[in-house]
Design a protein around this ligand. Sequence first.
Ligand code: IPE
Ligand code: IPE
Ligand code: MG
Length: 247
Amino acid sequence: MSTIDNRTVPEHVAIIMDGNGRWANARGMPRVVGHRKGVDAVRKTVRAAGDAGVRFLTLFAFSSENWRRPQDEINDLFGLLKTFIRRDLAELHGENVRIRIIGDRANLDDDILVLLLEAEETTRANTALTLVIAFNYGSRDEIARVVRGLARDVEAGRLKADAIDAAMIDGRLDTAGIPDPDLIIRTSGEERLSNFLLWQAAYSELMFVPDLWPDFNRDVFFAALDRYAARERRFGGLSPKALAAGS
Ligand code: IPE
Ligand code: IPE
Ligand code: MG
C-alpha cells in the first residue's frame, strides 16, 4: 500500500460508482448481486478515505436518470440504501462520520425520507469525514431547482436580479457548504460525468479507472490519490514553473 503525502491529499473526493451490472454479468449473476457487492466497496472506501485524511467523500448512488431502469432494479437500489443506513449508521456515527444527502427529495417515499433525515440528524455534529450520498441526484435537476428558487425570490421582490452571482448559486445548491470536489473518480472505464456535479466540477481533476465498482478497494483508492498528487492544478492561472520562466 502506498503512503500518502498529507500536503497533496484532496480535501474532497467524489466517486461515480459504476460497473456493478457488468461485474455481476461477467459472473453469470443477476445485476442485484453486483449492487450488493458494491455496498461492500462503499464500506471499504469510506474507511480508506477517512484513513487518508480526505475530509469529504461524495458517492453517486442513484441518479435522476436511473429511474429509466426496470422497476425491480430501482427497488433493489432503494432497498440497498435503506439497508446500508439501517446497518451502518451506528458504526459511522461511532467513527465520527457526518452524513449528508444531496439530490431531490420531493418525490421520495416517506420511509426512505425518514431514514435519510435520521442519518443526517444523528451525525450532524460529527467532525471526521463527511460522507455525502448523492441519491436521486442529477446536476441539471439541482441547478433547475436553484434557478426556480432565485426566480421566485426575484418575482416576490426579495432579490435583485443583478445581485445573483456564482457564490449565491453555490450557496443554494444541494452541496452548499461543501467545497468543490478536488478529484472525481469514475470506475468501470466509462469516461463521462453522467450529470454528476456539473457546476461543482468546474476545476475538478477527473480520473477514470478500469476497475468495476465491486472491485474497488483501498489499494485502488490510494493509487488514485497518488496519481492525483502528481497532477498540477492551475485554476486558469500559471504554474509556479511557468511563472518563473516568464519573469
Ligand atoms: C453502478 O453500476 C450503480 C448505479 C448506477 C446505481 P451500474 O448498475 O451502472 O453497472 P453497469 O454500468 O450496468 O455495469
Ligand atoms: C451513473 O452511472 C450514475 C451512478 C453511478 C449512480 P450510470 O451507469 O447510470 O451512467 P450511464 O447511464 O452509463 O451514463
Ligand atoms: Mg453504469
